[in-house]
Design a protein around this ligand. Structure first.
Ligand code: URA
Length: 260
């Protein structure tokens, strides 16, 4: 790789990588960089912004290499039914992480949740910072589902769904309007309707509750997209690591709402 640190596609901002390695806060790391003690592949970098590839670039502070942080792993699983997405389950049911036989045995956790009987795209990672951004409501990362519902979803119901439906809040009490970003009617067939629903929020059982409120209970639910990621080429129960292009796209999605 060339030593062009001005190219954002190289990876991550230098201060972010330093902060993750425990050098200091991002702001403190910016000050360190500007004071001329940080080198990457032998080049002293003083002007921000610069981007580095933490997996390949040799980064030193006052001549000492930074402590390599745990290698990040990003996995896409096509979650089957009867599998819970959370890691803790006192009832001992099958968990999504039980399906990942990764040779490095990273400590993975799921990014957001899928219900036990929802299938499809579940992202698992050991990158806490990225996971926090992807699930934080402020960033509003889109999630797209295919829902097979009972009943003929009529125009009136679609209009209700587009206006937003009040759903009870579990913790705060009261109700808040739940809105979909987009609905697409895919098929109506003998008392069943297949629709594509895209949400910005990730409230508990949101699709199931919204559909129930318009009289069309969900029979099958599958997540097909998460932000820039699409569920492709994985049979139910299979997993794969994300490509570096997918990881970069995810980072961009997670940074999109970030305040300067
Ligand atoms: N909405 C639901 O109802 N269930 C899920 O698993 C995800 C979104």
């Amino acid at each position: 790789m060339s030593d062009d640190f001005r190219d954002a596609s190289r990876g991550e901002r230098l201060q972010k990588v330093l902060a993750r390695a425990g050098v200091g806060s991002r702001r403190e790391c910016e000050t360190l960089i500007e004071s001329g003690v940080v080198s990457v592949n032998g080049h002293v970098l003083v002007e921000l912004p610069v981007w580095v590839d933490p997996a390949h670039d040799r980064i030193t502070v006052s001549g000492r290499p930074i402590r390599p942080s745990e290698q990040h792993v990003y996995i896409m699983l096509n979650k089957p039914k009867e599998t819970i997405s959370t890691n803790d389950d006192p009832a001992g049911r099958r968990r999504a992480i039980d399906l990942i036989d990764h040779p490095d045995r990273p400590r993975l956790f799921p990014v957001g949740r899928l219900d036990k009987d929802t299938t499809g795209l579940l992202l698992l990672t050991n990158d806490g910072e990225l996971a926090n951004h992807l699930t934080h409501p402020r960033y509003g990362v889109h999630k797209t589902y295919h829902a097979l519902v009972r009943g003929d979803l009529n125009e009136e119901a679609v209009a209700d769904l587009e206006r937003g439906i009040f759903l009870a809040e579990r913790r705060k009490g009261g109700a808040r309007r739940a809105k979909a970003v987009r609905f697409k009617l895919l098929r109506r067939d003998r008392g069943k309707t297949l629709i594509e629903v895209t949400l910005r929020e990730g409230r508990n059982r949101q699709v199931r509750r919204m559909m129930l409120r318009v009289g069309c209970p969900v029979k099958k639910l599958r997540r097909i997209r998460l932000g820039p990621l699409a569920l492709k080429g994985l049979a139910v129960g299979q997993w794969r690591e994300l490509t570096s292009r997918e990881v970069r796209a995810l980072r961009r999605a997670a940074d999109a709402g970030e305040k300067p």
